[in-house]
Design a protein around this ligand. Structure first.
Ligand code: ING
Ligand code: ZN
Length: 309
């Protein structure tokens, strides 16, 4: 049959391009990639999750990684696409990737907030939230990263539907957050790490953001973050800061990383990719390749730690 036009990993793809890509990469790599739908978005789009790993008959530990919680952070979905392509193109030649995918599955959600992502392409490039209606307000959307059940709406979040950090009417009021939380809860015994990719600020954050209290695993989380950060910096010298969310960026409740950690997923990290504000959310496409290359080193470092623990 006709072969699909090659997917570009060095441009910002639309949701329809990403959706077509998920089909193609899964059907072209049947022993490494499988596709599932974890639910629908508010506007009815399918939330597509790719499982990347060498097929196995016995259950494997897993890492869950999502991109695009916030609509305008376009470098984030670009990284998830890059990661899957690196996995399928370097499996069998790169020893770290081969060993990783032989022993671990990586669940990749390339776009979490699909409705918001579409809206940034069609109407408002700086949109952040979901696109759900709020009762009693004409303002649209909830911040999905304030909508998880982790100190929900106690700090660094707003109960005003017009705010960009609106926490929603209840924890998991957003169908997208509920679908992800349900998937993670249902696969809790296999998921050893939760990675969530945002931009911008060049940070590698870990719990907690909803409190200044240190996580029970603080020293290990810090040590792994420092190693990942060093790996990232080694490629192009990009400087990252790492630490607990509340003290490193700002206190903020309802974040997915804090929720995953309190559920029992120890290795829970939030990436804030390039840059530090010169371009901000409007990172030029020329920076997709270097950003993804350096971020791969950090993700592979964390994954290798998860693999040996
Ligand atoms: N930053 C994150 C945000 O949602 C964050 C920072 C991480 C908050 C973890 C809470 C928990 O505000 C961006 N850029 O979205
Ligand atoms: Zn974000």
């Amino acid at each position: 049959g006709a072969s699909p036009r090659a997917h570009s990993y060095t441009k910002y793809n639309t949701w329809s391009e990403i959706e077509a890509w998920t089909n193609n990469i899964a059907s072209s790599n049947p022993s490494l990639v499988s596709k599932q739908v974890i639910g629908k978005t508010y506007e009815g789009r399918s939330m597509i999750l790719l499982k990347v790993g060498k097929s196995s008959t016995s259950p494997k530990p897993a890492i869950f990684m999502d991109c695009g919680i916030h609509a305008r952070e376009w470098i984030s979905p670009a990284f998830c696409q890059w990661f899957v392509n690196e996995a399928v193109t370097t499996y069998g030649s790169d020893s770290a990737m081969t060993s990783l995918l032989n022993s671990i599955d990586v669940y990749v959600l390339p776009v979490f907030n699909i409705d918001g992502y579409v809206y940034t392409h069609t109407s408002n490039r700086m949109w952040r939230k979901t696109r759900s209606r709020n009762s009693g307000s004409s303002c649209i959307g909830t911040d999905p990263n304030r909508n998880f059940d982790a100190g929900w709406c106690t700090i660094g979040a707003s109960s005003n539907p017009c705010s960009d950090t609106f926490c929603g009417s209840t924890p998991e009021s957003e169908i997208e957050a509920k679908n992800v939380a349900n998937f993670i809860r249902n696969n809790k015994s296999t998921i050893k790490a939760y990675l969530t990719v945002h931009s911008y600020s060049q940070l590698l954050l870990f719990p907690y953001s909803y409190t200044y209290n240190l996580a029970a695993d603080h020293s290990e989380l810090l040590k792994v973050a420092e190693g990942a950060r060093a790996a990232l910096t080694s490629l192009y010298g990009t400087r990252y800061t790492s630490g607990p969310g509340a003290a490193t960026i700002y206190p903020a409740a309802g974040g997915s990383d804090d929720w995953a950690y309190d559920l029992g997923i120890k290795y829970s990290y939030t990436f804030e990719l390039r840059d530090t504000g010169y371009y901000g959310f409007l990172l030029p496409e020329s920076q997709i390749k270097p950003t993804c290359e350096e971020t791969m080193l950090a993700v592979k470092y964390i994954a290798a730690h998860v693999q040996k623990n």
